[in-house]
Design a protein around this ligand. Structure first.
Ligand code: SF4
Ligand code: SF4
Ligand code: SF4
Length: 253
């Protein structure tokens, strides 16, 4: 590319943690500004250019009719659209409400629901074509850097597909399932975090979403053998990626 690639960063239904993760690239942030034109980012800029972008990073799931229209507009003006974090990929924690009847969920939050128009929470891929996904809650800084580097080289980003267990073994951890009978989601969860939680003695909660082709029924069966009931097991699979095709069955769809 002769000119700096134009980047946009958008927020839908999420907590802004993925955008903060981008800001946390502090030691290389000035380099990023040298190499890219961040032309749209409402969280950090007053003047934003809405004419079109080479890369759009979209944080958050889609949860209202207005957001459905907005994501379609963004897609039309974007060459390479990225689902930035688990909410944009599959709804993530906000999608937990999808298991509650819509009006019940709305009335738990709003006194007057007559002015509320919400939909079930889905990832952006439910409505538009997505070119890459950056997994994690929040998306991990290493994957953001990988995406930016590959954009400069004009190649596809290389993003991990193997499970957390691989990283856990690289760190020489004793397995929490076999040694402590803990319900660890590592065998079905995508790597990328460096197995932070098992390395600190905590089970993986699945915050990087499903790995490629996970055997979820085998893990659910192991959890059952460990003594977890059906409700607990469903909660495990619902927490971060219950709407994903990979986790939907064990999440109770
Ligand atoms: S993926 Fe996690 S950190 Fe990112 S917006 Fe959603 S809830 Fe926040
Ligand atoms: S502790 Fe969890 S992540 Fe580590 S090997 Fe066991 S199941 Fe996998
Ligand atoms: S170990 Fe699991 S829950 Fe912990 S950060 Fe990694 S993917 Fe997320």
């Amino acid at each position: 590319m002769n000119e700096k690639p134009k980047i946009a960063i958008f927020k839908f239904t999420g907590c802004a943690g993925c955008q903060l993760e981008f800001l946390h690239l502090e030691e290389i942030f000035l380099d990023i500004l040298e190499l890219f034109d961040i032309s749209y980012w409402v969280m950090v800029k007053r003047d934003n250019d809405e004419t079109g972008w080479d890369i759009s990073l979209v944080e958050g799931g889609i949860s209202t009719p207005e957001e459905i229209e907005e994501i379609k507009q963004i897609r039309m003006k974007t060459k390479f659209l990225v689902a930035f974090g688990d909410c944009a990929i599959g709804g993530c924690i906000p999608s937990i409400r999808n298991w509650t009847p819509q009006l019940d969920a709305e009335s738990q939050v709003y006194r007057d629901t007559s002015v509320i128009q919400s939909t079930k929470v889905f990832g952006i891929g439910e409505y538009v074509k997505v070119d890459a996904i950056l997994k994690g809650c929040p998306a991990h800084r290493d994957t953001i850097v990988e995406l930016l580097k590959s954009a400069l080289l004009e190649i596809r980003p290389r993003l991990r597909q193997h499970p957390v267990c691989v990283e856990c073994k690289f760190r020489d951890n004793a397995c929490l399932i076999t040694s402590k009978k803990m319900a660890c989601m590592g065998p079905v969860t995508s790597a990328g975090c460096g197995a932070i939680c098992p390395s600190l003695g905590r089970e993986c909660e699945g915050c990087f979403g499903p790995m490629s082709n996970p055997n979820t029924s085998a893990l659910a069966s192991i959890f059952k053998d460990l003594g977890f009931n059906e409700k607990d097991i469903k909660r495990k699979f619902r927490k971060y990626a219950g709407m994903s095709p990979e986790f939907r069955k064990e999440a109770g769809h």
